[in-house]
Ligand binder design. Structure first.
Ligand SMILES: Cc1ncc(COP(=O)(O)O)c(C=O)c1O
Length: 487
């Protein structure tokens, strides 16, 4: 029996073999990008289907690349939810753009791990420069220093870990939280519309889920600054120490924008860290006409924006900016002997700014994309998504059978169908609209998700894929109306 040893091949693919295989992969990618609608956006697969199509054990002996690719075609392509499809309008729609896909190949080729400058000089410095460019494009001041993480959830966790270091008298890095009667309960404030990653970060940091205060919002789902002030005063009165406020620019359900200037005033007065979650909507600050969404953010201690959400960068890429990199380092820097390098005084070591030691070269894809589209091209594409969402908003508003559930701020529209017999019955409307959602998604042409706003169930149409055109939005609207008439 031929084994790798007996065949004498203990190395990797040859260049020739790679070239041939890459051509097959390239053909698949190009065909997909040219015509993603050959595929259903949401597959007709059931839980367990893919597992059932796979062997239970790993192969003992080598398989040909053709066989592997044939299984990719057979098992993966028809059984995945196609986020790169123009009919994808669920959650926050994203794009793995061509330039980003190409960059991902080169990232894998280099396979660099930019733990310290020495382990990735180009990677470390390109990240600094690219994030400087992005900072200018979204109008943040120069004292905002950026690093790239995997996701906004990690970025927010790291921001809050740095916020904890602002409480220097508690010596938390040195002595921790547990078993210390001298440490008061700590609190983090965010709106009731904030993303659950804030709650997760608070749990992870050992503050306990009751350490999160969900502040009431106004009729447009924006944090009420008076309610924030009152919650902080109430906490102080009972001995709880405020640690940070998380404001959101573009909340997950309704894309509302918290009043950051008023929140920044409160944070300054109270001496607490202000973190801004602009994971989705931060990209829109590239547009001069949308720059106002960042008013007040220049006073934040930290801000997260996700290029993998609305800047056409393939998963994953989240940028965390902070005006207090010193505290970020205080939270995370710990240098074992084997990572001591002589450049640490003059160059950045990315491992100092978060939990993970290893760092992918994510800056390369952001750099490729910023250059390939140019700032004007990126802004024009984001502007088009906002235009398309505005169009859908006008169609929804013009149809008396539909009710919009939130103002449309960016590229997301939230609404529900209200047939005459069900008006006023939120539970029945939820069941009815859930059926509409199922029917639309079963079409395979469009994929939507839902949310609840003030307990009211709504269909959420999110536009953010570069291949989504007006015809796709129109198709989604037709499918929704047809489903509303027939369910
Ligand atoms: C406002 C907001 N913040 C944070 C997140 C979490 O993002 P990630 O998946 O990058 O952790 C999301 C996800 O959609 C979000 O909408």
């Amino acid at each position: 029996m031929a084994t790798p040893e007996s065949s004498g091949n203990l190395g990797d693919m040859s260049g020739d073999e790679f070239r041939r295989a890459m051509q097959l992969v390239t053909d698949r990618i190009a065909e997909f990008l040219d015509d993603p609608e050959r595929w259903r956006v949401f597959p007709e697969t059931k839980p367990g289907d893919v597992r059932a199509g796979l062997p239970v054990q790993a192969p003992q002996l080598p398989e040909s690349f053709d066989a592997i690719l044939a299984d990719f075609d057979r098992l993966i392509m028809p059984n995945t939810t196609h986020w790169n499809h123009p009919g994808f309008m669920a959650w926050f729609a994203t794009t793995g753009s061509g330039a980003g896909i190409l960059a991902e190949s080169l990232i894998a080729m280099l396979n660099v791990n930019a733990m310290v400058w020495r382990s990735g000089p180009a990677e470390t410095e390109l990240e600094e420069v690219t994030l400087g460019w992005l900072r200018e494009l979204i109008g943040l001041p120069r004292d905002f220093d950026g690093v790239i993480n995997d996701t906004a959830s990690s970025s927010t966790l790291y921001a809050l870990a740095a916020a904890r270091e602002l409480l220097t008298d508690l010596r938390l890095r040195e002595e921790g939280l547990a078993g210390r009667p001298d440490v008061p309960r700590l609190a983090v404030y965010c709106s009731e519309e904030a993303h659950s990653s804030v709650d997760k970060a608070v749990i992870t940091l050992g503050l306990g889920i009751t350490g999160v205060r969900h502040i009431a919002t106004d009729s447009d789902y924006r944090m009420d600054p008076n309610a924030l002030s009152a919650a902080i005063a109430e906490d102080r009165a009972r001995g709880v120490r405020p640690m940070a406020v998380v404001a959101t620019v573009g909340t997950t359900s309704t894309t509302s924008v918290d009043p950051v200037p008023a929140i920044a005033d409160i944070c300054a007065r109270e001496g607490v860290w202000l973190h801004v979650d602009a994971s989705y909507a931060g990209a829109a600050a590239m547009l001069p006409e949308m720059r106002h969404i960042f008013t007040g953010c220049e006073r934040a201690h930290s801000l997260v924006v996700n290029p993998h959400k609305w800047m056409f960068v393939p998963m994953d890429c989240s940028v965390l900016y902070t005006r207090r990199p010193d505290l970020m380092k205080r939270a995370f820097s710990l240098v074992p002997e084997y990572l001591v390098t002589s450049e640490s005084d003059v160059a950045r070591n990315l491992m100092d700014y978060g939990v993970s030691l290893g760092r992918r070269f994510r800056a390369l894809k952001l750099w490729f994309i910023m250059r390939y589209f140019g700032a004007a091209g990126m802004a024009a594409r984001i502007r088009e998504h906002i235009r398309l969402a505005g169009l859908l908003e006008t169609w929804v508003d013009a149809d008396p059978a539909f009710e919009r559930l939130a103002p449309r701020e960016f590229s997301v529209v939230l609404f529900r169908h209200v047939p005459p017999g069900l008006a006023g019955d939120d539970a029945a409307l939820e069941a009815h609209n859930a059926r509409i959602l199922e029917r639309v998604n079963a079409s395979g042409e469009v994929f939507l998700s839902h949310t609840k706003a003030r307990g009211r169930y709504g269909l959420r149409v999110a536009i953010g894929n570069l291949r989504t055109r007006e015809t796709h939005v129109l198709k989604a609207w037709h499918l929704i109306r047809k489903a509303a008439e027939t369910v």
